[in-house]
Design a protein around this ligand. Structure first.
Ligand code: GAR
Length: 224
């Protein structure tokens, strides 16, 4: 059964001394972490957003090195260290929660999250996907677009629900497939757009400008 629509509010909370505290995010990543790097370079430590933890399922993930270099706390949750996915996600959820994040940011996190994890952080998990959802969900979205003969694909930032790449869309940007249809060229173009779009979406959320429409939980409203 689908969880109730999240009642989210991303407004920043004032500190006791009346200044405004940074919006805390935890990033989960499985791979090289170029999206994490874009978030670190464009948002982290500049007052609005603080990356307070980076978690991974892969002990050797480049994302962990990038986090360590930035002085951000890291943790690894490999599948084989837990009896099942529920156990792994319960432990990871406890670690995430211990950092009191306003948002959990999936940046190339390639494991399916269990329903209890999604419910625990309902309306506070975002993902980036290298396609214009609902086209090409799931694995190897860039390969899917090339295989399908698409002339354009793109990038989607969306809230995470219990489905695979099905949550409400926050931002999307188109990327034309290059004339020669070379995978490497398309990948580079998609990544360039990702590195712009994800920090932009997280910034809007941190500024309290993004709301799930209460009258239609499939829709996201963005305030100017
Ligand atoms: C990114 O292209 C991201 O969109 C994709 O993994 C890559 C991670 O790259 N995520 C998915 O396909 C999720 N379905 P990075 O480790 O360099 O940030």
């Amino acid at each position: 059964m689908a969880p109730p629509p999240p009642n989210i509010s991303f407004a920043k909370r004032p500190c006791e001394d009346a200044r405004v505290s940074a919006f805390r995010i935890v990033v989960l990543a499985s791979g090289s972490g170029t999206n994490l790097q874009a978030i670190l370079d464009r948002l982290h430590g500049q007052g609005l957003v603080e990356v307070v933890g980076v978690g991974s399922d892969k002990p050797g993930a480049g994302a962990l090195e990038r986090a360590a270099r930035a002085g951000v706390d890291t943790a690894v949750f490999p599948a084989d260290a837990y009896p099942d996915r529920m156990g792994r996600d319960a432990a990871m959820g406890d670690w995430v929660e211990s950092h009191h994040p306003g948002l959990v940011v999936l940046a190339g996190y390639m494991q399916l999250l269990t329903e209890p994890f999604v419910a625990r952080f309902a309306g506070r998990i975002v993902n980036i996907h290298p396609a214009l959802l609902p086209s090409f969900p799931g694995l190897d979205a860039i390969g899917q677009a090339l295989e399908a003969g698409a002339e354009e694909t793109g990038v989607t930032v969306h809230f995470v629900d219990e489905g695979i790449d099905t949550g409400p869309v926050i931002l999307q940007r188109r990327v034309p497939v290059p004339v020669g249809r070379e995978r490497g060229v398309l990948e580079a173009a998609v990544h360039n757009v990702e590195h712009e779009l994800y920090p932009e979406a997280i910034r809007m959320i941190a500024e309290g400008r993004v709301r799930i429409d209460p009258s239609d939980p499939r829709k996201v409203a963005i305030d100017d």
